[in-house]
Design a protein around this ligand. Structure first.
Ligand code: GLN
Length: 284
């Protein structure tokens, strides 16, 4: 069977499943099996697959047809222009989370010192911490997660991106194991409420880690714990930046009522995505 026929068979098969655009998925799976780019697929569409390639492709298509996210099959997701390794132990980085990185870079520039201390809480794949490390060569960056398996993925990403010396990854339940004070605390915490679980895509609910997705009944549990912990661990004038989910801006702002400069950053759809809050100068 040649590349073109294998892809159209896969498109046919995937089109029957409620899992989004079939052609893109079929092509991505073929690129994964052949370790090639999209241009190759078109330039060599008549090329015969080996029996082994054909089997591996069909297995990958079957996994996708059963609802497994593409990124967990290929083990890759792009974020901030870098290729990240992902496994079912970590949340798949979302493009919206790049707003958290941009907001953190903006606040880092305001701190006006190069050797600022930053911690990423619930780092998952490490995407936020590593994006920041790539942009802030002098910053001292730490990244924590409660999941040791997630940390293995994050460390692998650091090595692959040649940033292992730049970010200190360690296990911690939020800021419990963090020492000293920070200029910036950033987090994309789990923020989906159990009460809205049925509104979440089946793929997310069934394949992404619960601990990375759900934040208690209303989605606010982690904010309730992280905000007071961050209050104790920020330098005077330091910033807390958190990604937020749809419809929880008001309750999160309520939790930040003693903070200064509370603002939110909208995503490309105009939905508030990141909340920034500054610790008062004299708080300790
Ligand atoms: N910080 C990681 C990300 O933004 C993981 C977030 C999470 O697991 N909730 O993708």
């Amino acid at each position: 069977m040649n590349i073109k026929t294998a892809i159209s068979n896969a498109v046919e098969r995937l089109a029957h499943e409620p899992i989004g655009p079939p052609r893109m998925a079929a092509e991505a799976l073929m690129m994964f099996v052949l370790k090639c780019d999209r241009a190759f697929l078109f330039a060599h569409s008549e090329q015969q697959l080996t029996a082994e390639q054909q089997t591996r492709f069909e297995e990958a298509v079957a996994q996708r047809a059963s609802g497994k996210p593409l990124q967990y099959i290929t083990g890759r997701q792009e974020f901030w222009g870098f290729e990240f390794v992902v496994s079912p132990a970590v949340l798949i980085p979302r493009p919206e989370t790049e707003h958290l990185v941009s907001a953190a870079l903006e606040k880092a520039a305001q701190v006006n010192r190069d050797d600022i201390r930053i911690i990423d809480v619930g780092t998952g794949s490490g995407c936020v911490a590593l994006a920041l490390a790539s942009e802030l060569p002098e910053a001292q960056i730490e990244a924590v997660d409660i999941s040791s398996v997630a940390l293995q993925v994050a460390r692998e990403n650091a090595r692959r991106l040649d940033l292992a010396a730049r970010v200190n990854f360690y296990e911690s339940d939020l800021l419990a194991s963090a020492r000293g004070e920070y200029d910036l605390i950033v987090s994309n915490p789990p923020y989906v409420g159990r009460c809205e679980a049925d509104k979440v895509q089946r793929e997310v609910r069934e394949h992404e880690p619960d601990v990375a997705v759900f934040g208690g009944e209303q989605g606010l549990d982690i904010y309730r714990r992280l905000i007071p912990e961050a209050w104790d661990k920020l330098k005077p004038g330091g910033w807390l930046l958190m990604e937020i989910g749809f419809s929880i801006e008001e309750p999160v702002r309520e939790l930040l009522k003693h903070w200064n400069g509370v603002s939110s950053v909208p995503d490309l759809q105009g939905v508030p995505r990141v909340v920034c809050a500054r610790i008062p100068r004299m708080h300790h």
